[in-house]
Design a binder for this molecule. Structure first.
Ligand code: NAX
Length: 329
């Protein structure tokens, strides 16, 4: 039998965790031939709820699920882990400023970064979902001595999927025909879904959808504000779609689902200075993956003046966030 992939998930008893763990255990993240071992982290008061989730995982009798560990200690959760999904974070409470959220969550991610460095497998790959995801990933990377920075990524795939779905609906085509959709910048309402370089059925999306006012207006605001629209409608934030996007993110990166030739996916990764985005900040980029742990930023895309100005704004926000947590880096 193949050695199981050890997958650590934090915040495992939360909403996203509940939608995510069953997808991983059923083989959707690493394919139908790869067993998985789940290493689940929660805060102490949530351990009883996590026990319940583990009971349900048992009750699914997933053939690929080789074991489940539950703990409230980060080093135990990350021990020998090949993939770490940092989902758990503190939600923004009433009256809380964004700066407070950055600081409170920063404290979680300094500790978790250090625990990854001391306990995880040498090939560990980290995907951050907990918000503010990009800056939390930056903090975790900075505190993970000895782990290459490029192993720390943040999820913007939900934003990509949302954008693809909106474009497909507008063009009246199946969503699978929308490709090459990059999301630039921060996972926040300033994110930039890039229609200029997207393709629909192999053609430039802007030739298929010629309504520029829609692209720069309704489309952009719908994608940027989608998280809020879900909360307004559902009374709770996106969970199943976020879990789905994380499955996509990890599957593309190291679960055997490499990007097709000429296509790309969106991942927030440490900038190497490409496109003038300051080196080191963790920004959404178009990324080509090999499905076995390698990725590269796709170079040479032309951005329209409109897109470029939006990218500058989202990058400025990332720089402000980095400045606000400087003492944790
Ligand atoms: P929940 O509040 O349902 O679950 C979070 C869980 O994390 C809780 O069970 C909590 O006990 C746990 N937790 C808190 N601190 C922890 C710590 N130090 N160690 C381990 N576990 C800890 O939130 P949920 O809806 O699951 O969302 C999780 C995070 O994802 C939030 O930060 C949310 O903002 C973020 N999101 C990010 C998205 C993205 O695209 N990057 C989209 C969806 C989501 O909004």
């Amino acid at each position: 039998m193949t050695t199981p992939v050890r997958v650590a998930v934090t915040g495992a008893a939360g909403q996203i965790g509940y939608a995510l763990l069953f997808r991983i255990a059923s083989g959707q993240m690493f394919g139908p031939d790869t067993p998985v071992h789940l290493q689940l982290l929660e805060i102490t008061p949530a351990l009883p709820a996590l026990e319940g989730v583990a009971m349900e995982l048992d009750d699914c009798a997933f053939p690929l699920l080789s074991g489940i560990d539950l703990t409230d200690a980060a080093e135990t959760a990350f021990a020998g882990s090949n993939v770490v999904c940092l989902v758990g974070a503190k939600p923004r409470g009433p009256g809380m400023e964004r700066a407070d959220l950055l600081k409170d969550n920063g404290r979680i991610f300094t500790g978790q970064g250090a625990a990854i460095a001391s306990a995880a497998a040498d090939d560990v790959k980290v995907a951050v979902v907990g918000n503010p995801a990009n800056t939390n990933a930056l903090i975790a990377a900075a505190n993970a001595d000895g782990v290459p920075a490029e192993r720390f990524t943040a999820m913007v795939r939900l934003d990509e999927n949302r954008a693809k779905s909106q474009l497909a609906a507008k063009a009246g085509v199946p969503v699978a025909q929308v490709t090459n959709l990059a999301v630039w910048g921060n996972h926040s309402p300033t994110m930039v879904p890039d229609v200029d370089n997207a393709r629909i059925d192999g053609r430039p999306a802007t030739e298929v959808i010629t309504d520029r006012a829609w692209i720069e207006g309704e489309f952009l605001s719908t994608v940027q504000q989608r998280g809020k629209a879900i909360i307004d409608a559902r009374g709770a934030s996106s969970a199943a779609s976020a879990a789905n996007a994380l499955v996509d993110h990890v599957a593309s990166w190291c679960g055997g689902q490499s990007t097709a030739d000429g296509d790309w996916v969106s991942m927030a990764v440490p900038s190497d200075g490409s496109y003038g985005i300051p080196e080191g900040i963790i920004s959404g980029f178009p990324v080509a993956t090999d499905g076995v742990g390698g990725y590269r930023i796709v170079e040479g895309l032309e951005l329209s003046a409109f897109t470029r100005s939006k990218v500058e704004a989202t990058v400025a926000e990332l720089q402000q966030e980095r400045a606000a947590v400087e003492d944790m880096l």
